[in-house]
Design a protein around this ligand. Sequence first.
Ligand SMILES: [Mg+2]
Length: 242
Amino acid sequence: MTQTEQVLQNVLQEIQKTLAKQGTVRAVFDLDSTLFDVRPRIIRIIKEFCVDNSMRLKYPNATQILSNIKELSHSYYIKDHMYELGLQNEPDQFFKDIYSYWKIRFFHNDYVIHDEPVQGAVEFVQKLHQLGVHIEYLTGRDIPRMQLGTIESLKKWNFPIHTALAELVLKPHFSMDDAEFKRDHFQSADPNTEIWFFENEPVNIQLILKDCPKVKCIFFDSVHMGQAEEPRHLPTIQHFKI
Ligand SMILES: [Mg+2]
């Protein structure tokens, strides 16, 4: 059994023990790069960049190379992706243009629907839901730009949503800090509930560990912003396949 499978099994066993004692359990999942692989979303944006006439004229070499990409590494920043694809010699303006292109589309309803669930994610969440665990999707995505697309995407992949036990929680406004938003959410929770939190951003986990020590954090090891040390002391998973 791999480390990931062992961690997931342990989580399931602990949850089942609590449920057997009539306890309440809440499983809280981050979305981007935890339940969902966002790389298909990024590829979609890059493809649109390549068929944009003004970009094709401006960057014939880069758009030619980028139009053929089929997969991406797990880098966080668009510039790193470009470097990995051999485009480090493009002019500075190219990186500015593709970043702006990425930025206005990545955080948008029309593009989140291109995400794909990470391996085993749908089945794992469904299983907890069937056991009677309260499911929460707690995301740094914001309501105005991303709520509709997020609901559509969760439904498309059969994640439980809009049931008595499944709830989606987004930031009311994009300018709010992700970590503080999530921390505040946990602080308002019923203290008698057992809470599990699955998250890929070390900076978010760090604040939750500090301010909400009862929350059981599981580090999802995919990609992150690099703003805090990876919490390697925590149970760590790379997928949700049991
Ligand atoms: Mg995330």
